[in-house]
Design a protein around this ligand. Sequence first.
Ligand code: HEC
Length: 141
Amino acid sequence: MKPHRILALALVATGLLACEKSAPPSGGGGGGGTPTAATATTNSAKVDDATAKQIFNEKCANCHGVDGKGDGPGAAALNPKPRNYTNKMWQSTVTDEQIAKTIVFGGAAVGKSPVMPASPDLDAKPEVVTGLVKIIRGFAN
Ligand code: HEC
């Protein structure tokens, strides 16, 4: 009988060890800051992209169209009309900086139609501007 009991104990002991190994590291005194910060960064980038999408749909789509084709209801009476952002040729003629500048400072500031409004409030929110640039680039895909 005795060898069996020892074997049983050994098995239990192995089981406990395995459990301990697979348990998450205890982290020590407040060392868990890095993963939290990483999560926060990812979340804020998502928030900025979501804000950009919301701004585009609320402010820009009226002229530029929800699909970026420049055919929003507000564009009908415009001359020149907003460009068709699905046009890859056009996409290749502008830099991200030019797009961002037009968004923040408006058409008049870059020698384009003054109908294209400035959004000076976005000057303080470069992440949102980046999100808008991404949206405009995304129409070409
Ligand atoms: C009142 C209508 C109107 C609204 C609202 C508007 N735009 Fe425009 N946008 C235009 C027109 C018209 C042009 C074309 C100007 C030109 O080609 O001379 C233009 C040009 C642009 C350009 C430059 C494209 C190029 O040819 O280099 C960008 C980028 C742009 N708009 C982004 C936006 C974004 C982003 C918003 C929302 C924050 C927005 N626009 C809101 C009318 C509008």
